[in-house]
Design a binder for this molecule. Structure first.
Ligand SMILES: [Fe+2]
Ligand SMILES: [Fe+2]
Length: 151
């Protein structure tokens, strides 16, 4: 699968998890969904930062450089929020607000990636995108396995 298609698929998955969380009212279910969202986002940011962004950066255009640097900063903010989540009680009144902020942040970030960065990434060519996609899929699975073991 091409790298950009894999990332888009993961974007959709996280979006649907946020949707499920919105309508879940059972605290245990909410905690579970929150954990699932966190793991997905962590794995997703790892493969982007380790594999996809460096490849986009190699395009060596000023636009690519700017977009990648901004994306790293947005990931940084996402990670700060994710780090707080284990301490947040799904029954707490701040839970929903926190998840809404996270969801909006992710949505904005995803939009920029898909509308700008992925478009630019097409310059890498089909073969390269295919190759990167394979590497990323493997790296994502390995990350998920490790996270599941640690839990
Ligand atoms: Fe990203
Ligand atoms: Fe992404």
């Amino acid at each position: 699968m091409q790298a950009t298609d894999l990332l888009k698929r993961q974007h959709r998955e996280v979006k649907s998890l946020f949707k499920k969380l919105e309508s879940a009212d059972n605290p245990r279910m909410r905690r579970q969904l929150m954990t699932e969202i966190a793991r997905n986002l962590e794995g997703h940011t790892v493969i982007e930062e380790e594999i996809f962004y460096p490849a986009v950066r190699e395009l060596e255009s000023r636009k690519a450089e700017e977009m990648v640097l901004e994306a790293y900063e947005e990931h940084h903010v996402v990670k700060l929020l994710l780090a707080e989540l284990p301490q947040v009680n799904p029954e707490d009144e701040r839970f929903e607000a926190k998840m809404t902020v996270l969801s909006e942040l992710v949505e904005h970030h995803v939009e920029e990636e898909e509308k700008e960065m992925f478009k630019l990434a097409q310059k890498l060519g089909k073969d390269e995108l295919e190759e990167l996609g394979e590497q990323m899929e493997e790296r994502f699975e390995a990350f998920r396995r490790k996270a599941a073991e640690a839990a």
